[in-house]
Write a protein that binds this ligand. Sequence first.
Ligand code: COA
Length: 330
Amino acid sequence: MTQALSVGITALGTYVPSKVVTNHDLAQLVETSDEWIVTRTGIRERHFSAEDEFASHMAIHATENMIAKHGSAVLDGVDLVILATSTPDALLPATAAIVQNHFKLKAGAFDVIAACPGWMYALSAAAAYVKSGMAKKVLTIGSDALSKILNWEDRGTLVLFGDGACAAIVEAVPEGYGFKSFVLGADGEGAKHLNMRCINTTLPDGSPLTEKVSMNGREVFKFAVRVMSSATREAVAQAGMRLEEIAYFVPHQANFRIIDAARSSLELPLDKVVSNVERYGNTSAASVGIAMREALDDGRIKDGDDLLLVSFGAGLSWASSVLRWHVKTF
Ligand code: COA
């Protein structure tokens, strides 16, 4: 899918729960060590939501953070809420509708389930709504509380994930700014490698679906390294650009080894890579937004920078995009 759109992100906020869980804390629960986790993943700590804190709460906090950063006018005229999550508060209603109600927005609201790339899928939908004229201003959220669906006895998954949320405004931007390409991909053949049950107990081929997240880490690792670099190349080519023109590579924060393998195959210098996986682990649909916000806050990302966003996850699925950053004053 190629789109040359003058639609982009004009505001961004994030949230992580206050509870920090270190590798040492997890080593009290399962047979693992700080050394193993750091060496294999680059993760040192992550944030876990409180028992009574869910995706909707985190989404609302991320939206409030966006208001604090950009001003209260930021929500004026929002006419659609799209919320990406794999951990919705409920199957009915959509978590997006809970957010809509909290902020009393005169807006439609729906959820997107597309695993870790969910927020990027949501951004692509938001951009298409704005481009088509069906919406003017879309509150586009990624919020996941993966800690709620992990198997606390499975060291292979427990150490990887954390909770968090990001909230962005997608709307028209001046010519030349905004999303320059979107690549969306899925390969349902790989469903067996990363899944969790909901209503059914098996996949169509009879593979069992479990009560909590289950994963074949090695298969996901190989897929991730391959797709991070291929999807990056595709998004850059669709934008009519060269990799050297990308100011910052903002990848899904799943594992620093995956990020670094992709960086190396793309021959990108380390200082162009935004990574904070060390402090948050894999926050699923929130991870690209949280990384991007950090690079904005520390002054790395500036007006006019071309960013390459890329994510992957269950499906198996992936998404990438080139975004020229636009600084808007509300
Ligand atoms: N602590 C200690 N040992 C662990 C462990 C942990 N937390 N998790 C797994 N191990 C063990 C395994 O049981 C295995 O032991 P064995 O050799 O006795 O069977 C050994 O470590 C090596 O396992 P392996 O799976 O080969 O390790 P790895 O180097 O591939 O690292 C992952 C495992 C999960 C970190 C890595 O495969 C990965 O990051 N995969 C991608 C996962 C991902 O990103 N998922 C989210 C997608 S959105």
